[in-house]
Design a protein around this ligand. Structure first.
Ligand SMILES: *[C@@H]1O[C@H](CO)[C@@H](O)[C@H](O)[C@H]1NC(C)=O
Ligand SMILES: *[C@@H]1O[C@H](CO)[C@@H](O)[C@H](O)[C@H]1NC(C)=O
Ligand SMILES: *[C@@H]1O[C@H](CO)[C@@H](O)[C@H](O)[C@H]1NC(C)=O
Length: 403
C-alpha cells in the first residue's frame, strides 16, 4: 500500500511511504444495516416500512427482532407485522434481494427488551440449544433469509449473572455454525463495545472463529441512565473523563481491546448510530460534560421516548441548529434551551469511518435505518448519515463488499 503524506505548511513536500505488508483484497467493506420492525407504527414522517429501505446502501440488512421461547425455539414477536395474513414484513424484506442481488438479509434474535436470563437458560441446555438450531434453520429456510444475527444483551450480565454464559454462548455459536455450514448460511452477532464488559461476556477468539460478522455496538456510552451530561458515541475520552474514572469508557478503548483480545478485524463492523441521546439540563447555563441533568431530553414526535431523538427528528425540529464539535471526543452536540443533544453528523461519521479503515475493520453497522433522514426532508438528500459512510469509503478508494 502506498500512502502519500503531505506536511501542512509545506504543501509542496509530499512523501510517499511504502508499507511492507502486501496488498490484500480488503478494499471491500460491509455495511450491515438494522431494520427496526416496530417503526412501521410510527406517525407521520416517522413511519418507516420495508419500502423505505434503499437496498443499495447496505450489503446486509437485518430484521429486528425475533424473540426466544423458553424451550429454545424462535418466537415471532409481532406476527401481524411479519406474517402474510398481516403486513407480510418478512416476505417484503427478503424481497429486497430482487432489487440488489448482492444483498444479504438476516434475522436478528434478541435485543434489549428480551432480557438475558432466557438466553442464559437456553444456551446452558443441550436439548434447548438443539431446538434453537433446528428452529433457526426451519425459520430461515421458510422465509428465505440468508442467516441469523445473534443479539443477546448480554451474556453474564443484567438479569443473568451466570458466569458460564460466556462459554455456553460460544458452544451455542459453534453448534449453529456447524449446522449453518451445511446450508451456506451467515452467522453474525451484535456485541457490547465497552472495554470493561468484553471479558465478562465474550470469548473473543472463539467468537472470531465462529461468526462471519461481529457488529460492535459503539454507542450508548452515556444517556439519561446517568445523572449527568455525556456523549453517547464519544470516539475518545476527554480529560474530564479521567476525573470521573471514565478514561477507558469510549469507543477507541473498546475497539482496541476487542482487537487485542483476538478479534479478526476483517470480521468486525464498527457501529454508526443515527440517533442522539439527549438530556434536560438542571442548569441551562452549564451545558458542560458531567453537568447535572433533571432527566432525559424531551421525547421526539416519532421515537416518542425521553432521552432519545432520531437524526430525522433533530434535523426536522432544529433546522437552524449550530453543532458544537468536541475536538477531543470527536463528536458534535447541540444545545437548545435546556436541551443537550449528543449525536453524530456527517463530519463525525467521516472521522469514525477513517478510524475504522485505519484499523482495517471489515466494515460498518448502522443502527438504524429509520432514524436517518430516510425521506430527505431536511434537504441533504435521502439517508445523509448512511451516505456519509459511502462518501468516505469512496474518498479512500474502498467499495462495498460483494457478498
Ligand atoms: C474514582 O476512583 C477512585 C478510586 O477507586 C475513587 O476514590 C473515586 O471516588 C472515584 N471518583 C469518582 C468521581 O467516581
Ligand atoms: C430557520 O431559518 C430560516 C432562515 O433564516 C427561517 O426562515 C426559519 O423560520 C428558521 N426555522 C426555525 C425552525 O427556526
Ligand atoms: C487515519 O489515518 C490517517 C493517516 O495516517 C490519519 O491522518 C488520520 O488522522 C487517521 N484517522 C483516525 C480517525 O484515526
Amino acid at each position: 500500500m502506498k500512502v502519500a503524506v503531505c506536511l501542512i505548511g509545506f504543501s509542496a513536500i509530499c512523501l510517499a511511504l511504502v508499507q511492507a505488508t502486501p496488498v490484500k483484497a480488503d478494499n471491500e467493506k460491509a455495511i450491515f444495516c438494522y431494520f427496526e420492525s416496530w417503526t412501521v407504527y410510527r406517525p407521520g414522517n416517522g413511519k418507516f416500512d420495508v419500502e423505505n429501505i434503499d437496498p443499495n446502501l447496505c450489503t446486509h440488512v437485518a430484521f429486528t427482532f425475533l424473540g426466544l421461547n423458553s424451550d429454545g425455539t424462535l418466537n415471532i414477536l409481532d406476527p401481524w407485522e411479519s406474517n402474510p395474513d398481516g403486513l407480510d414484513g418478512f416476505e417484503r424484506l427478503v424481497g429486497l434481494k430482487k432489487q440488489n442481488s448482492n444483498l444479504k438479509v438476516l434475522a436478528s434474535l434478541g435485543g434489549w427488551n428480551e432480557g438475558s436470563l432466557k438466553y442464559s437458560q437456553v444456551v446452558a441446555d443441550p436439548a434447548k440449544r438443539a431446538n434453537l438450531v433446528a428452529s433457526a434453520i426451519a425459520f430461515i429456510n421458510k422465509y428465505g433469509f440468508d442467516g441469523l444475527d445473534f443479539d443477546w444483551e448480554y451474556p453474564s450480565r443484567r438479569d443473568s449473572e451466570n458466569p458460564d454464559d460466556k462459554e455456553n454462548f460460544v458452544t451455542m455459536l459453534q453448534e449453529l455454525r456447524e449446522a449453518f455450514d451445511q446450508y451456506g448460511l451467515l452467522l453474525s452477532a451484535a456485541v457490547n463495545s465497552a472495554k470493561v464488559n468484553v471479558d465478562i461476556s465474550y470469548n473473543v477468539p472463539l467468537l472470531s472463529k465462529y461468526l462471519d460478522h461481529v457488529n460492535v455496538m459503539t454507542y450508548d456510552f452515556h444517556g439519561d441512565f446517568d445523572k449527568y451530561i455525556g456523549h453517547h458515541t464519544l470516539l475518545y475520552s476527554a480529560p474530564i473523563d479521567a476525573q470521573y474514572n471514565n478514561s477507558e469508557w469510549n469507543i477507541d478503548d473498546g475497539i482496541k481491546y476487542w482487537l487485542a483480545s483476538g478479534m479478526d478485524p476483517a470480521k468486525m463492523n464498527f457501529g454508526i448510530a443515527t440517533y442522539a441521546r439527549t438530556f434536560t439540563m438542571a442548569d441551562s447555563t452549564n451545558p458542560e460534560l458531567y453537568a447535572a441533568i433533571t432527566g432525559g431530553g424531551v421525547p421526539g414526535p416519532y421515537t416518542r421516548s425521553a432521552g432519545v431523538l432520531g437524526y430525522n427528528e433533530i434535523c426536522e425540529l432544529y433546522p437552524n441548529r449550530t453543532d458544537i464539535f468536541d475536538d477531543v471526543q470527536m463528536v458534535p452536540h447541540v444545545v437548545i434551551g435546556n436541551q443537550w443533544i449528543g449525536y453524530d453528523n456527517e463530519q463525525s461519521i467521516g472521522i469514525k469511518v477513517d478510524y475504522a479503515l485505519n484499523k482495517s475493520l471489515g466494515g460498518f453497522m448502522v443502527w438504524s435505518f429509520d432514524t436517518d433522514d430516510f425521506t430527505g426532508l431536511c434537504g441533504e438528500g435521502t439517508y445523509p448519515l448512511t451516505r456519509a459512510i459511502h462518501t468516505k469509503l469512496a474518498q479512500r478508494g474502498f467499495t462495498l463488499k460483494k457478498n
